[in-house]
Design a binder for this molecule. Structure first.
Ligand code: ZN
Length: 291
């Protein structure tokens, strides 16, 4: 599964500002009609916009089985323990949103099965925009939290981990690293799909590794994927744009460029997500035809 095709997806229509819920998404290329104005959008376009938006890391919503939105009382400066339901096996990410001007973070280990996490807070001395109230030590306030979790402990694929890492680096203003992780994510995704195809033909692991090791990223992206799964990148994502990403990646990796703008990092992320969706979709089509 690429990203969970979640039922009950809540979509905001930019055309008429109506919000509507789509009960079932069967394919990433599904067309969705706004129930008010009949404006059409394609699920994958919507997905790309959401995943590339600047706030937190929306990608977690698509790779989690459970999303818990809660609210709790805390006393500023005191640790607050929040219980996690029993059926949750792996917590992927917790976000805490304060209602007031406050430093607040979750204290959590994402590696183990956990029964609870703590909220740590402290008074903030710099004025954050959008908050009229400044919380003081000892004050009782409410905070909201969101827990993204899974009901199994299956490890995420490496390409997905890299994609999340890229977004975390982006949000920490580490744009060159974000770019690097993003390019690595795409290469890892492409390699794993090629590997999967060759396995299905009965090739041995060492043969496959040897082939992948001796193939350039251009070979993988533009030759093998086309040959195995009929992947054509244009028009949404051009071969030229993808080539540029890997040229830039090489410059960063070899220390020849380490100053990338936020915009460059975000564009790379967007192209990589689009490329992954195109590859995914072509593979699904190929599999459906050969059935
Ligand atoms: Zn609409």
């Amino acid at each position: 599964m690429l990203f969970n095709l979640k039922p009950n997806v809540r979509i905001y229509c930019e055309n008429c500002t109506n919000t509507y819920v789509v009960d079932e998404i069967e394919s990433i290329n599904q067309r969705i009609d706004c129930k008010e104005c009949k404006n059409q959008l394609i699920y994958s376009d919507w997905l790309v916009d959401i995943i590339c938006s600047d706030e937190s890391i929306p990608i977690y919503a698509f790779i989690s089985d459970v999303v818990i939105n809660g609210e709790t009382d805390i006393i500023v400066g005191m640790r607050k323990i929040v219980e996690i339901p029993d059926d949750i096996v792996k917590v992927q990410k917790i976000y805490i949103i304060p209602y007031t001007n406050l430093h607040v973070v979750p204290d959590v280990r994402y590696t183990d099965k956990i029964e609870h996490f703590s909220i740590i807070s402290s008074q903030s001395f710099d004025r954050k925009e959008g908050f009229s109230h400044e919380s003081k030590f000892g004050e009782a306030i409410k905070v909201k939290y969101t827990i993204f979790a899974k009901k199994d402990d299956k490890e995420l694929d490496i390409w997905l981990k890299l994609l999340i890492q890229s977004r975390e680096q982006y949000l920490e203003d580490k744009f060159a690293l974000s770019f690097l992780s993003c390019a690595m994510s795409l290469e890892s995704y492409v390699s794993s799909r090629i590997e999967e195809y060759l396995y299905s033909l009965g090739h041995k692991e060492n043969e496959i590794n040897l082939l992948l090791k001796n193939s350039s990223i251009d070979d993988k992206l533009f030759r093998y994927l086309k040959y195995f799964y009929s992947v054509i990148f244009s028009p949404t994502v051009s071969n030229g744009k993808l080539k540029k990403i890997f040229e830039e990646r090489n410059k960063i990796a070899h220390g020849r460029n380490f100053f990338l703008t936020k915009d460059e990092a975000n564009k790379c992320f967007r192209i990589v997500i689009q490329a992954i969706l195109i590859i995914h979709s072509a593979i699904e089509t190929t599999k459906a035809i050969s059935k």
